[in-house]
Design a binder for this molecule. Structure first.
Ligand SMILES: Cc1cc2nc3c(=O)[nH]c(=O)nc-3n(C[C@H](O)[C@H](O)[C@H](O)COP(=O)(O)OP(=O)(O)OC[C@H]3O[C@@H](n4cnc5c(N)ncnc54)[C@H](O)[C@@H]3O)c2cc1C
Length: 433
């Protein structure tokens, strides 16, 4: 378990998503000796996407998941699918250069399309995309944002600049100054999507085992993964353990910071919510420590906050409720029915880590808080590399397994977040003057 997990990270998958998941099937734990081409460790979006993409080309794949499918960030997230990465564009350019950054951005857009196509291709139930994301500013930067929206629209992207009046048509709040409506983005029920991916992979022959942690590895002519009740022998291993990466491969663990983040679901109040949030689109504010939310099945799902040690559920619920009431005082009486946390895996450079630790040992980790579109493309790109079909994986080469800083890295991450929160508050106050 990761350091943050020891500090009280989620051990129960009980979230609003797990209560409303459509597919209730459970997979057995692996027992005895088992042989395959590729064993994937981790049954989240990264592992299952890679499994599906390999299986499309006839590879024999086995996925082992320590808990249940989607137990990690993949089954607990905001469900918002949009282009880009957890790392900002200018930092990507600084490390990868202009051409590299452009290629990476194009991949992130391909990830949005790929995810939508996968849902349609396998008719994944309960994960039908709801279009649209409003990126809204809680502080004023008038001309810049209008120009940005216009530049994006001239590149053919389905985006529109929203002034305060246009926002007021959609949302009953005065918190936002202006923003951009992004109709390429969409939102989904993430756990239904994870479970649909698993079904799709199984339909192509992938074998999946739950409650099967990899506890040890032996490397030789073939690779061996030991689990509590069995063993898998494979030609290749893929590590897809996200923010839950443990000590199995110490070099990978050292490259990842597990960061906790939070969500809540209110009680069902469809009429009240329809008066206050008059759009089916998701909403994301532009603060560096941002909040995001959307209405789903008559409830408001609200996410935000990060910590390096997971906070207790009751404190999370209070904090997120307070954040909601700051934007919508008229929702103060809404009860919080569910609150939960999840661990995101962050690299120091905040970009996904995709590559090879040894000839037959691959990794696909560190998607941070932007993992839906990015795992959809990274799983494909990794499979292409493993099968020798493309070298698109090279686009991620500038973002390797840098040491994440251990305990000091976690402290630095928490201090940075608090610093950003303070700056956000200051900028917001200044733009209200
Ligand atoms: C609350 C929250 C909100 C978010 N909102 C969004 C959003 O709206 N949009 C977006 O794009 N991204 C969002 N993200 C980020 C996104 O969810 C993640 O980036 C993505 O799910 C990472 O997928 P993964 O497969 O790498 O990791 P995970 O889903 O965490 O999967 C890793 C899996 O590996 C398993 N595992 C670990 N060790 C072992 C082992 N030894 N043996 C077997 N299995 C093991 C774990 O049990 C876990 O299931 C959010 C994340 C959180 C937590």
């Amino acid at each position: 378990m990761s350091p943050a997990a020891k500090g009280g990270a989620p051990t129960s998958p009980a979230t609003w998503y797990s209560e409303t998941r459509l597919d209730r099937a459970e997979r057995p734990a692996l027992k005895g000796a088992h042989d395959t081409d590729t064993v994937i460790i981790g049954g989240g979006l990264a592992g299952l996407t890679t499994a599906l993409e390999l299986a499309r080309h006839g590879t024999r794949v086995t996925v082992i998941e320590a808990q249940s499918l989607g137990f990690g960030a993949s089954g607990r997230n905001g469900g918002i699918v949009s282009a880009s990465y957890a790392c900002g564009a200018s930092a990507i350019r600084a490390r990868a250069g202009a051409a590299g950054a452009e290629q990476l951005h194009a991949l992130s857009v391909e990830g949005v399309t790929r995810l939508r196509q996968t849902i349609a291709e396998f008719a994944i139930k309960g994960a039908e995309p709801t279009p649209g994301l409003l990126h809204l500013r809680r502080f004023d930067q008038g001309a810049d944002l209008r120009a940005e929206a216009e530049a994006l629209a001239t590149q053919g992207l389905p985006v529109t600049y929203l002034d305060a009046e246009a926002i007021a048509d959609r949302l009953e709040t005065r918190r936002y100054h202006h923003g951009i409506e992004d109709r390429q983005a969409f939102h989904i029920h993430p756990l239904n999507y994870v479970l649909g991916l698993a079904r799709a992979a199984e339909s192509l022959g992938v074998r999946i085992y739950e409650n099967t942690p990899a506890v040890a590895t032996d490397f030789g002519i073939s690779q061996r993964i030991r689990t509590p009740k069995g063993m898998v022998t494979a030609r290749r291993i893929v590590l897809a353990t996200g923010g839950y990466t443990g000590a199995l491969i110490p070099r990978l663990q050292r490259a990842i910071l597990p960061i906790a983040t939070y969500m809540m679901a209110t009680e069902a109040a469809p009429d009240l919510l329809a008066e206050v949030i008059r759009t089916p689109m998701a909403v994301l504010d532009d603060r560096r420590a941002s909040d995001y939310y959307r209405v789903s099945q008559g409830r408001l799902l609200w996410g935000g906050r990060i910590t390096t040690r997971a906070a207790p559920d009751a404190a999370v619920a209070r904090d997120l409720h307070r954040a909601m009431v700051e934007v919508y005082p008229q929702l103060a009486g809404l009860r919080v029915d569910h609150s939960w946390s999840g661990l995101m895996g962050y690299a120091r450079h905040r970009m996904p880590q995709l590559g090879r630790l040894a000839p037959d040992l691959w990794h696909i980790t560190a998607f941070g808080g932007h993992g839906l579109n990015t795992t959809a493309i990274a799983g494909k790109v990794l499979a292409e590399a493993m099968l020798g079909q493309s070298d698109r994986i090279k686009a991620f080469a500038p973002f390797g397994l840098d040491w994440a800083g251990g305990r000091l890295g976690l402290i630095a991450a928490q201090l940075t977040y608090w610093g950003l929160q303070a700056q956000d508050k200051w900028r917001e106050r200044r733009s209200q003057v």
